[in-house]
Each structure stands twice: as C-alpha cells, then as structure tokens.
Design a protein around this ligand. Sequence first.
Ligand code: PLP
Length: 456
Amino acid sequence: MSQQTKFLLDESQMPRHWYNLQADLPKPLPAVLHPGTLQPVGPDDLAPLFPMELILQEVSQEREIEIPEPVRDVFRLWRPAPLYRAHRLEKALGTPARIYYKYEGVSPAGSHKPNTAVPQAFYNKQAGVKRLVTETGAGQWGTSLSFAGSLFGLEVEVFQVRVSYDQKPYRRAVMETYGARCVASPSNETAFGRSVLAQNPNHPGSLGIAISEAVELAVQRDDTKYALGSVLNHVLLHQTVIGQEAMTQMTMADAWPHVVIGCAGGGSNFAGIAFPFIGHGLRGGEKSRVVAVEPAACPSLTRGKYAYDFGDTAGMTPLTKMHTLGSQFTPPGFHAGGLRYHGMAALVSHCKELGLIEAVAYNQVECFEAGVLFARNEGIVPAPEANHAVKGAIEEALRCKREGKTENILFCLSGHGHFDMAAYQKYFAGELSDESYDERELAQALAGLPSVPETV
Ligand SMILES: *Cc1c(COP(=O)(O)O)cnc(C)c1O
C-alpha cells in the first residue's frame, strides 16, 4: 500500500477534451421543451441567451469536445488540480478504507466553478458579446464569472441571492475587485424582482428568482448574454476536467475507486468528478458506485419529483425533465447557499432514473461536524457545500469499517470555506440548526408543476 499523500500531474497531462456522457448513455436525455408550444426547443430558441458554440455543446452527442487553447492557457494557472489521500482522516475514523479527494479549491475563486466560467467567457467574447449577466447563491459562481470576465474583457453583472448577499459581504467585495457589479436579488432593477418585492419586501431571495432577473436583463440587449454556473449540459461538460484528471491520478495511486462521491446542488461538480467514471463503466470498464450528496433541507434528488419544470421562478426558461421540488419552492436559508436550488441537472436526474447513481441527503449540522473533523485532520477548511461530500465520504468509510472492507473512496472537495467562516462561527456557537423545509409549501410547489402530456 502506497503511503503517498499527494498525486500531482504535469501541465502536459491536463485534459485536451471535455468528456460528454451523452455519447455513452443507454437512453438519450428527454427533450427540453418550449413552455408555450411544448415542442422541443431548437438552437435558435436559446440564441438570445447563449452564444452558439455553447448551445451546440448543450445538444452535442460527440464523446469528446476539444478544449480551446486560450481556455487551457487560463486553466494552467491552477490545473491540473491536486488529488490527495486522506491518511489522517482514515486514521481518525479507524477505517480500513482508503479515502482520496480531488481538491478544486486551488482555483483563483476557491472552487470548481472557474472550470466553466472560463470557457463560457471565452465563447461569449469570441461571439462578440460585451456583457454577461448572471445569478449567484453563495457568491462562488458570481466570483468565478467575474474572474473569467476580467480575463477576457467582458462586463459582468451579478444578481446575488439576498440571504447570501447579507451573510457573505466579502464575496461581493471579491466580485467588485474583479470589476463586476453585484446587486441583491430580488432587486428593483427588473420587473420580476419588483413584483416579488411588492409581495414581500423582506424576501430572502432564491436562485430561481435571481435566475429570472438575470434572464430578464439578458434578453433585453443584443450585446448581453446570460451565463449559468450549474445545471446545463454544457456546464457539466466543462466540469469533466475534474474526473478525467482524477482518473489519471487514481491510476497513479493504483486505487481505482469503488465509490465516487460529490455534493450536488445543481449537479456540476458531482457530474465533473463522476461522469468520466460512469462513462468508463458504460463502455465496459470497471464500474464504480456513484453517490450524490444533497442537503436534507433542499432534497431534489431524494425527495423531488422527476418531472418537467422551469429552471427559474418566473417561468421564463424552457421546461426540463429533472428532479425538482417545484420552481415555486423557496428552500430555507441554510448555509450551503450553493446547494439551495429547486431542481437538478437534467443529466444527473436522468442518471438517477437509469440507476447509474445513488443519492443521499444529510442535515447541515452533521455536515459541519464532518467538515470540522476533516479540517482538523487534513488541514483544508471545506466550503459548507463541500462538507456534504465530506460527510458522504465519511459515512462510506464507516460502512467499510463495519463491513471490514478496504475500499477506495474518491470524493470531490469542491471548494474551500474561507469566505464562509461566519457559518463555522455559528456552528461553534451552537447557533446552527437543521432547518427543515415547509412540507406544505413543498406539496404546493409540486402541485403547481406545469402539466406536460406523458407522450412528449
Ligand atoms: C456552487 C458550489 C457547489 C454546488 O454547485 P454544483 O453545481 O452542484 O456543483 C458545490 N460546492 C461549491 C464549493 C460551490 O461553490
């Protein structure tokens, strides 16, 4: 058994292609529908929002899509990202399992999100776009797009969910440092934001509302496009650099994973670590169990319905078949802001339906407990979102201990928590509680799902 701790790759081993799981799926994804006609949307329907290169990636069935050289050039600032073996955590748990984690907190924004922000900014710039509008929950995506926008000379405007805007003032300062403009959502800057504030001036906001505001602005100007940090096929595609690198590193470690774990908000870092392994299994290679970990307070994969729904709250986006809590559902204001989304990526949802992945949900206090144990043994303070993956990995390691199994466990540590110390402070003060969602509101939101005939 290797006692090696750190598995590093050369720049020359950085992936040259993104891996597209759609090429290997046994059953194609259900069509994305126009909410008015219920007909499949075509590339032209999406053209007001995204540049054509990204739209083509959204529907591509090619297994490999080349990463443009200017994008790889930016990636070299932090990629390939390190993979570590968590020797000390294993010892603390007394598990025979080997725990490995792929660390994405080494990016300038501190998370995996620049992996897609950089190519999105690149393709928009190439298409002549001047301004990008987006939403952000915890501030990670807004930070990442602001960083990418500054490198490619694009203006960036960010609608930040109100609770995070208030809880995480330093995130806004980082976005402004990169030259972006940041507005709390719901805001007075859009018709939809004004309508939400009219009903509830103290609305905490949600990702769904912030998306509606950003989309509303993007469609108004030709020089402006929208950028989404998760959920969409092209975003998940861009994140596959994580899993491709991890495959090489796990091979170096001679430890092909029995289990691959990621936290899942919209599903992008989870897909990033998992899809290359799922594809490997689908093409006849060794199969790994794949586990998505989500918050018990916003449990789309474990408690949501697999149905057609809007991606936003105002109903401006196309209809996507996914695991959803309903686009009218507002999750409670827990601290893993990046996991507070009512839906789940269509590709991740489809994998769940096909039995290719499992899903579990944990409460925030037990996830912080896991994150603190991790920090005290491995040194890295995880983002609250990433604590869910840490918790998932610890639970698998404890299962191995009970069963006396020496399995290899791989998880994605999607980011560090340096901007989330207020949440840790609350945890240490005993002020963090397990907020549960309102069952009645969930039932109402699910009852309000758009009706789409079974045949489509
Ligand atoms: C945004 C974010 C997530 C959740 O987004 P996914 O698309 O589900 O990956 C998880 N971890 C961190 C650190 C994030 O910033």
